[in-house]
Design a protein around this ligand. Structure first.
Ligand code: GLA
Length: 374
């Protein structure tokens, strides 16, 4: 593969989420950041009706007919790309036959949104060869629809962060209005450490859609009563007043949502004040709430987060993303990071038998499109 043989190089980012988990589809504000782990697509028009895809990590090559992208949604590799073609067509964009070379450095199934990175970069590449400009915010929405068409009823956080992230900034994204504020991530003497519990998981096979449905069921009951259009508009105090209208399990789910929204508000204040210790405490509370009220953590993520929290240099740790597997993030005193990693690896392996993996990544830009040689 030689970049010069292609016309455009398009990248889109994986993401972490500092706080605000499982509230994007409830209209809450979330605090993600785009990572330097990313999907890269090299693309050139090929003058045919086919999109030919090669990968850096796979021997397989796949060819998608641009006239019938829907019929490729079940294939093992290339289904994400096919879903993007189908959704872009619905937007009225003329799809141009092309060769694509895809290279993903976001680990799959890690909760760092490899799928969003693939979708956003693929849509960016298809737009580039079609010479169509679509703003990244809109690309994010199209990418979200592609994900829905593949069976995950996700919110907008991942695709938005992947498309619109900015170097060195966290995003405060209001998922109700899609208004986005960028805040510098200044952690002082602390570092953000990303650890993968290495338990494989897939959101399509997890209870992700079930959780989303539970929150929708709760809104049916509470919406009219409290005059709100999404659960994120309910304050913790209001919620306590009417919690007994809900069945016990649904009540726990909503308790997570309203408290997590409150934690995001407190985290923004802490970050703006440079109070990283408070931010750390909020991460710990978020994990507990995802474990006990939302029930999306599981044995491995709990073991990893609790091992991290028990290290003296760590001021907070929690799972990120959809849950049921994938990664945790921890705030750790920079001088103690090496010792922290050794300690967590050992403790986590002792309790689960899995070997945790740590990823190095910077906070980076979202979607980028550059011209190559050809
Ligand atoms: C997944 C989804 C997001 C979001 C998170 C949980 O990553 O794709 O939309 O719901 O889970 O916060």
């Amino acid at each position: 593969m030689n970049e010069k043989d292609y016309m455009y190089k398009v990248t889109a980012a994986g993401r972490v989420n500092i706080i605000g988990e499982h509230i994007d589809y409830c209209g809450g504000s979330v605090m993600p950041a785009a990572l330097s782990l990313k999907n890269t697509v090299l693309v050139r028009p090929n003058g045919t009706d086919k999109i030919n895809i090669k990968w850096s990590t796979l021997p397989d090559e796949v060819s998608i007919d641009i006239n019938s992208p829907q019929s490729y949604l079940d294939i093992k590799y290339g289904n994400y790309q096919a879903a993007c073609v189908a959704e872009l067509k619905k937007e009225g964009v003329k799809i141009v036959g092309c060769d694509m070379y895809q290279d993903c450095t976001v680990p799959f199934g890690s909760g760092l949104s490899s799928s969003a990175a693939i979708e956003v970069s693929t849509i960016g590449a298809l737009c580039a060869v079609a010479r169509v400009h679509i703003p990244p915010e809109k690309i994010a929405l199209i990418a979200q629809r592609a994900e829905h068409s593949l069976g995950v009823n996700c919110g907008i956080m991942d695709q938005y962060a992947s498309a619109c992230g900015k170097k060195n900034s966290v995003m405060l994204l209001d998922c109700n209005t899609l208004n986005c504020e960028y805040l510098p991530l200044v952690l002082g003497k602390y570092s953000l450490v990303i650890a993968d519990c290495k338990k494989p998981h897939k959101l399509t096979e997890s209870k992700y859609n079930e959780r989303r449905a539970e929150t929708e069921e709760a809104l049916e009951v509470l919406g009219k009563k409290l005059n709100v259009t999404c659960l994120a508009q309910i304050t913790p105090k209001k919620f306590e007043e009417c919690a007994d209208m809900l069945a016990p399990t649904i009540k726990k789910r909503v308790r997570h949502v309203v408290n997590e929204c409150e934690r995001v508000r407190q985290s923004v204040a802490a970050l703006k004040a440079g109070d990283i210790v408070t931010l750390g405490k909020l991460l710990n509370e978020s994990h507990l709430s995802l474990k006990d009220d939302f029930e999306v953590t599981g044995r491995e993520l709990d073991a990893l987060a609790f091992a991290a929290q028990s290290h003296p240099s760590c001021i907070g740790s929690r799972m990120v993303g959809g849950g049921f597997g994938g990664c945790t993030i921890s705030l750790v005193e920079t001088v103690g990071v090496q010792d922290f990693k050794a300690y967590v690896s050992k403790k986590y392996h002792e309790s689960t038998g899995y070997n945790a993996e740590f990823y190095s990544a910077d906070i980076a830009d979202g979607l980028t499109i550059t011209e190559c040689g050809k």
